[in-house]
Ligand binder design. Structure first.
Ligand SMILES: Cc1ncc(COP(=O)(O)O)c(C=O)c1O
Length: 397
């Protein structure tokens, strides 16, 4: 049986991590990683998480299964966090949610749900998109296509290109949009653009599918959820996958949510049973520990306040690094305009370097990034920032 398998290429980022580890240069800098890092290069456990964990360990008296849909306290608190407690779809009982293993688990459950509900659907991914969207949704057996999203030359969202593409779509089309902090390009939609797309989708019957993996890391929890909320309000139907990996630093605990908004409460009750069945068929039961932590935090005022403070600290670090790095490149005479770095949001942006320049940065300056020149700003700190800016300028000249 196994002789039929073909050798698969290693994950590009894993390959770069290996090269970085093997590099003995004391000046080496890794800007390829996909996780938040503090000024000392650590990916910390939040204090609110530590406190919630201690309470769970003291109170927990069983490790029996929780439920196929996961922790109900988590699901309810997450719906409110994502959509706002007063959202009309929530008040009307039109939402259905299951806790999933990470945002990736949510994307997978929803992908399988689409394949069952509308086998003829095409799911549209942004060009570019998070590289894992494609294999995750392809495994669900879906037909995939790409819509233009990022103008690499001007470093802005190609909104005209999006509208032109979406104007030809209809009810057989599902469009996957990043809620905020677009990975990999950092270019987000404005409120006006979300409004315009929500109206266009409503008019043409297009189904929005929002992937929100960075809520609270762009502007604040409310503004970052604007797109998901307005879509859910105006289009009648929506799919949403959320992740707690980044905004709560719970990466390895695998905490996420798959939510749908149906046209009616009766429809939502039916969708809920299908969501649960999808989860049952893929992983049976979601892991509990991370969701129990999030439920404790979101259902306790003191822990919520602590989390908001810590989340604000992570966001300020990312936005501060963006501003400082854009200023540094300008002050040091970098050829070209890098002001887009300060305008974009989240952990990632494309620097716009060629593959050869990225390789030169790695080989001559020990600065590591993926070949597309996507960097994670959290890999920068006060002591390496000048060096990275000068290295980039050197390969650009
Ligand atoms: C856009 C996007 N969606 C979803 C995820 C999934 O995250 P996880 O499965 O770790 O929760 C990520 C993680 O990098 C992401 O960047």
């Amino acid at each position: 049986m196994f002789e039929n398998l073909e050798l698969q290429p290693p994950d590009a980022i894993i390959g770069i991590m290996g090269m970085f580890r093997a590099d003995p240069a004391p000046t080496k800098v890794d800007l390829s990683v996909g996780v938040f890092q503090d000024e000392t290069g650590r990916t910390p456990i939040l204090e609110c998480v530590k406190r919630a964990e201690r309470r769970i360990i003291e109170a927990q008296d069983s490790k029996s299964y929780v439920a196929i849909a996961g922790n109900p306290g988590f699901n309810e608190a997450m719906e409110k966090l994502l959509f706002g407690a007063g959202h009309p779809a929530l008040a009307a009982g039109r939402m259905a949610s299951v806790q999933t293993p990470g945002g990736s688990g949510g994307l997978s459950v929803l992908g399988h749900l689409i394949a069952r509900a509308r086998p003829t659907a095409t799911v549209w991914l942004s060009q570019p998109s998070w590289p894992n969207h494609l294999p995750l949704l392809r495994l669900a057996g879906l037909e995939l296509a790409h819509y233009p999203y990022y103008d690499f030359d001007r470093h802005v969202v190609d909104f005209d290109g999006m509208v032109e593409t979406f104007s030809k779509l209809g009810p057989d089309d599902v469009v996957l949009l990043h809620g905020c902090c677009h990975n990999p390009c950092g270019g987000d939609l404005s409120r006006e653009q979300w409004d315009a797309l929500a109206d266009l989708f409503a008019a043409r019957g297009i189904v929005p599918f929002v992937d929100i993996a960075y809520q609270g890391l762009a502007e604040n929890l409310e503004d970052d959820a604007y797109g998901a909320r307005v879509m859910a309000e105006r289009t009648g139907e929506l799919l949403l996958a959320a992740s707690c990996s980044k905004n709560l630093g719970l990466y390895r605990e695998r905490v996420g949510l798959a939510t749908t908004v149906s046209r009616t409460a009766d429809g939502a009750a039916v969708t809920r049973t299908n969501l649960a069945q999808m989860g049952r068929g893929i992983y049976s039961m979601p892991p509990d520990h991370g969701a129990a932590i999030v439920s404790r935090i979101l259902n306790d005022d003191e822990l919520t306040a602590l989390w908001l403070d810590e989340l604000g600290g992570m966001r300020d670090r990312l936005n501060g690094l963006r501003r400082t790095f854009a200023d540094k490149l300008a002050e040091r005479g970098a050829p070209g305009d890098f002001s887009f770095i300060a305008r974009e949001r989240g952990m990632f942006s494309f620097l716009g370097l060629t593959r050869e320049q990225v390789i030169r940065l790695r080989e001559d300056f020990h600065v590591y990034m993926v070949e597309s020149s996507r960097i994670n700003f959290a890999g920068l700190n006060r002591s390496n920032m000048d060096y990275v800016a000068d290295s980039i300028i050197a390969v650009l000249q």
